[in-house]
Design a protein around this ligand. Structure first.
Ligand SMILES: [Fe+2]
Ligand SMILES: [Fe+2]
Length: 179
């Protein structure tokens, strides 16, 4: 398997989550309400899977390695754009959490903000994923030897191995803080 393999598999699960969110948005439109627990679960997926686990491998391993190489101006521009798009995703997720907190406290006007931030995420992610799958990942592969690509794949597995522990350490810390 090439190093980009697990990243592309992760893209497929992110796309499945996006279609769940699209269904939720349709339901919000009809019912004018949302289950805040659903929003929390979607946020957990976006934060821990899409951002920490997936963008983490992209930024902390793939982009870090590519940054050392003589990228063409165009490839470097795309890499910078991808990093900026990750930041936009984080900002939309943070705003979604804030709106959901307001909604939980009874502010019904926060519903429109929840829907807007969800919409932002479902519009932004597919374009970002397509740019990586079809443009950036194939271009990036050309800067790596087979051995370098395989070393990166091994580093990806090691990164993933730590994630389950990081996740549940954060769960315990969060529960400690909420008591
Ligand atoms: Fe990305
Ligand atoms: Fe990605």
């Amino acid at each position: 398997m090439q190093a980009r393999g697990p990243l592309m598999v992760e893209h497929r699960l992110i796309e499945r989550m996006l279609s769940v969110i699209i269904d939720a948005l349709a339901k919000i439109k009809i019912t004018h309400k949302v289950d805040p627990v659903f929003v929390d679960t979607a946020v957990d997926f976006i934060r821990f899977y899409a951002d920490r686990t997936h963008h983490g491998k992209e930024e902390d391993i793939l982009f870090r390695e590519l940054d050392k190489r003589p990228l063409s101006d165009n490839d470097r521009r795309i890499m910078n754009e991808l990093v900026e798009e990750h930041v936009v995703g984080r900002q939309a997720t943070k705003a979604l959490v804030d709106a959901n907190d307001r909604y939980k406290k009874g502010d019904e006007k926060a519903l429109i903000h929840i829907a807007d931030h969800f919409k932002k995420l479902v519009e932004f992610y597919p374009k970002h994923i397509e740019k990586e799958d079809k443009v950036f990942f194939p271009a990036a592969r050309a800067y790596l030897t087979e051995a370098e690509d395989q070393a990166m794949l091994a580093e990806f597995w090691e990164f993933d191995r730590k994630m389950i522990h990081e996740k549940y350490e954060s769960v315990v810390e969060g529960l400690k803080g909420s008591r």
